[in-house]
Design a protein around this ligand. Sequence first.
Ligand code: NAP
Length: 337
Amino acid sequence: MKKALITGITGQDGSFLAELLIKKGYRVFGLARKDSWNRQNNASHLSGQIDILFGNMSEEVEIASAVQDAKPDEIYNLASQSRPGESWARATETLEVNGLGAVRLFEAVRHHCPESRVYHASSSEMFGQTNCVPQNEQTPFNPVNPYAAAKVYAHQMAKIYRDSYGLYIATGILFNHESERRPLHFLTQKIAYGAACAALGILDSPDLNEMGRPIVQHGKLALGNLEIARDWGYAGDFVQTMWATLQQEQPDNFVIGTGKLHSLRDLCETAYHCVDKDWQENVVNDPALVRPLESGQMLADPSKAREQLGWEPTVSFDELVKKMVMAQMLRLKKRGD
Ligand code: NAP
């Protein structure tokens, strides 16, 4: 039986990937922070089907122990402080987890399990303010936030460890991917939540935003720059490519995205349309929510993944948004019961 270790198992991708690997017959180990595992999380329903190893990406010894205990054939490094917008306020933590955490893992593999195949989750945010549209594996990086800078560091170190030590370390340069499991502090989920509130006639939402105010206040959802455009896919599709990447003979980098661009305005329109509401009556602009520096137009050219991994998204943008809105409606209804 093949063994896999997933860091970030309590997160969106970690939980989808664990489900996939269990289905494929793997024994799955998950690295999680104790507090996170002990509360309800995305992988709680897998309790009993996976082995949890407690550890923090900031702790070298804990990562090394996890690698030694699991002795995995495959390692998926998905742990991260994954909110670019928050990375200015948490710059050193972001580098600790997203940058140095990855290197701690590569070191653990080098010393304790050099035959393991490692997948590292890189990000389209690394392209930052770019004039090259769409972006592929050769597009130069120009990060514009601490999250992206830390991801560039880890991405370069993956190549350095691969070339210098002959380790199998592959990366996925992942464009935005969402799901019903995305935490509420992500913009896409806030929009799904806003649409669900509108559908249910909730004027002041029970869930609060980062400023401690209802996400929907007096019937309005406040958003920053609506012209931002991104390439949004479904997380359940993306984890398939993580597994496929590690089945390649040679470790490599793959851009993963849908190759389709949508603006936040499109997202709002689609989400509110799902519940027969006009987004313009429910969304207001708040300049305080605009990021200091926004990344440029992020659009994937996933030709290489299409050719070599057989990458093909199965969930369209409209279906993705609908899934998220419906999940938020269900959640809000349950809370109201
Ligand atoms: P997510 O839902 O935010 O999950 C992040 C995971 O990392 C959580 O399990 C979190 O655990 C864990 N983590 C954070 N700090 C940690 C620490 N110090 N020690 C141990 N674990 C820690 O992120 P995701 O959407 O699944 O993304 C997976 C990976 O893909 C991440 O590396 C992300 O940067 C990358 N990525 C994602 C996207 C996207 O659109 N989703 C796009 C590009 C790249 P807790 O539960 O303890 O917080």
